[in-house]
Design a protein around this ligand. Structure first.
Ligand code: FAD
Length: 366
């Protein structure tokens, strides 16, 4: 009888999403190295489109919308999908759901930080031993790359202003002078919405920039001046593929290249990665944590180069995307499940010259 010892490093989305599925393996022991930084992991929302791999998160979602829109000064495209609604779940809620599925008699939790020394992973100066090590510690971030940076909060109003049936995924009617910029707004009721100011650029702005942009937007488009703020959230996500290779370990989550470089979405890809690993373990196959296909990664590189060089084209690019795709197609595309037809439709709809120039830049670079 094989009794595998599986080590998982981390206490976040990738570590616990994988740990919760380990119970599906016949014989195992699980060591979870959660580190000592856990109190600083603030709560926030994870947004995703419902697809097979995130069904459990969908069933526990804090809110779902089957309509979402992409707005520019000139256009407003509303997309609908009943099959693949846009959903959010709070970080702490999802992590608790995962924790509740761990089998305590097979689990050991270590609360010390894991450190690297000469390619060995150590905790309390002892080498981590076992058949398999999955590592989700945050990776070192590359410098001078395009970043997705955002700040926002939940807005509480004392009058009815929001349409709770419509999520606004991107509204470009805001300051475009510092790079690609949009407002992301998820209304939970007529009086309560998560509102974030999000930028794709190489420089993070000061705190005031994001909150001023949100206030200006709420005043101009919702005539909302008086409101209270709660549940602040902010983040910086590199729009760059992080290679998932490592010598003695398998990297997962952000460290394992799960973040989709062109969008910053990772939740669904982390779930896919977890299911993929479990299936490989069950079938005694070689473990491969790579989750994005090469075509998607190549197209993402071209897209990122276009946004870096021509950020003013962003509203046009995203409104074209929303015009030519229906809700199901967009949801699948954003979840890494686009058909060849959808990919071709997207390529054809993009502004030709910047994309062709970026194609050659990506192909001939180095
Ligand atoms: C604010 C924010 C909002 C986001 N929103 C979305 C979204 O809406 N949709 C989406 O798809 N993606 C979103 N993302 C991107 C992505 O889903 C998240 O970053 C996700 O948490 C990545 O999971 P992870 O497990 O790789 O990293 P994390 O969840 O950050 O987990 C890393 C873990 O490693 C632990 N750790 C660190 N150092 C050590 C050490 N030395 N030893 C042991 N453990 C250690 C940490 O304590 C933590 O538990 C968002 C990211 C941020 C930052």
């Amino acid at each position: 009888m094989i009794n595998k010892k599986i080590n998982i490093i981390g206490n976040g989305c990738a570590a616990l999403s994988l740990a919760r599925l380990i119970r599906n393996l016949p014989n195992y022991k699980l060591n979870l190295f959660i580190g000592d930084k856990n109190k600083i992991n603030k709560d926030h929302f994870w947004g995703f489109w419902k697809v097979k791999v995130n069904n459990e998160a969908y069933n526990n979602a804090n809110h779902t919308w089957s309509k979402w829109s992409i707005n520019t000064y000139e256009t407003k495209h509303i997309l609908t999908s009943v099959r693949h609604p846009y959903c959010v779940i709070k970080r702490h809620k999802w992590l608790d759901i995962c924790r509740n599925q761990l089998e305590s008699e097979k689990l050991k939790v270590f609360k010390n930080n894991v450190v690297e020394n000469d390619d060995k992973l150590l905790t309390k100066n002892k080498k981590i031993k076992g058949d398999l090590i999955f590592d989700s510690r945050p990776p070192k971030l590359p410098s001078n790359v395009l970043l997705q940076h955002f700040e926002g909060f939940v807005v509480n109003s004392d009058k009815d202003v929001f349409d709770e049936n419509l999520a606004i995924l991107m509204d470009f009617r805001c300051d475009q002078s510092k790079g690609m910029h949009f407002i992301y707004m998820l209304p939970f009721s007529k009086r309560k919405a998560l509102v974030e100011s999000t930028m794709f650029s190489k420089t993070v702005e000061n705190k005031e920039f994001y909150s001023t942009e949100i206030s200006k937007y709420l005043k101009k488009y919702y005539n909302l001046i008086k409101f209270t703020k709660s549940d602040h959230e902010k983040g910086i996500i590199p729009m760059h593929y992080i290679s998932n290779e490592s010598k003695n370990t398998y990297n997962i989550g952000t460290r394992g290249g799960a973040v989709r470089p062109s969008s910053g979405y990772a939740f669904t890809f982390i779930q896919k990665q977890a299911f993929q690993i479990i299936s490989q373990l069950k079938n005694r196959e070689k473990i491969n944590t790579k989750i994005h296909n090469n075509i998607d990664l190549f197209l993402d590189k071209i897209f990122i180069n276009v946004i870096s060089e021509y950020p003013f084209l962003a509203p046009k690019i995203f409104s074209s995307l929303a015009r030519i795709l229906n809700g199901d197609e967009m949801a699948k595309f954003m979840s890494g499940n686009a058909s060849l037809l959808t990919t071709c439709k997207i390529i054809i709809s993009m502004p030709k010259i910047p994309f062709i120039k970026s194609f050659f830049y990506v192909v001939y670079r180095k």
